[in-house]
Design a protein around this ligand. Structure first.
Ligand SMILES: Cc1cc2nc3c(=O)[nH]c(=O)nc-3n(C[C@H](O)[C@H](O)[C@H](O)COP(=O)(O)O)c2cc1C
Length: 168
């Protein structure tokens, strides 16, 4: 389900481009759950090599803070499709690209295997876990990704979303 190159986003109508204030307060900084609706794009597959495949969606230029978030991804929201818990990264991937990397939204869906290319997804960002950082290399990043996933899993359990997980 890897993808890259943000090319197409269906931005919801909002003063924030591509991000809506809606629902209960979750992110202390914004006091809202943020949403991005978009199409999963093809990417360069590094996430799969690292053991953390990601679904990439075009990220709005404004309205979303870079960082790592705990949230959900609904596949096919118009058809009321399945919702998955996800660890979502927004940023330039400084570990690999310094300051010059393309800004991406990448969602790693927990307990999910499958092909999401060209599917429409609704990404909901609930809690910002940390900023993006430049790690010493792939191994150090993977150590951090394991922590991010564990934290996201714990968040989902706390929020009553445990039924969406197949691993405790
Ligand atoms: C939960 C999560 C957290 C991430 N955190 C960082 C980070 O702090 N720094 C960074 O350089 N990249 C981070 N990334 C992005 C990874 O570098 C990226 O997913 C990986 O390089 C594969 O991307 P690609 O296949 O689009 O190249 C994160 C990705 C995920 C899914």
């Amino acid at each position: 389900m890897t993808a890259a190159r943000p090319a197409h986003v269906e931005a919801p109508p909002s003063p924030l481009v591509g991000a809506q204030r809606r629902g209960p307060a979750r992110d202390a900084a914004r006091d809202a759950v943020l949403e991005v609706l978009g199409t999963v794009e093809h990417g360069d597959e590094r996430g799969r090599l690292l053991g953390f495949p990601t679904a990439n969606v075009a990220v709005p230029e404004h309205g979303l803070r870079d960082g790592v978030w705990a949230g959900t991804v609904q596949v096919g929201p118009a058809e009321d499709g399945p919702v998955h818990v996800a660890a979502v990264s927004i940023g330039h991937r400084p570990t690999f690209y310094g300051r010059d990397g393309e800004r991406l939204l990448e969602a790693h869906l927990l307990d999910f295997e499958g092909d999401l290319y060209d599917r429409t997804v609704l990404v909901r960002l609930h809690v910002r876990l940390r900023p993006q950082r430049a790690y010493a290399g792939a191994a150090a990043l993977v150590d951090q990704l394991l922590l991010d996933v564990a934290e996201t899993r714990a968040w989902a359990q706390r929020e009553g979303l445990g039924a969406l997980l197949t691993t405790p």
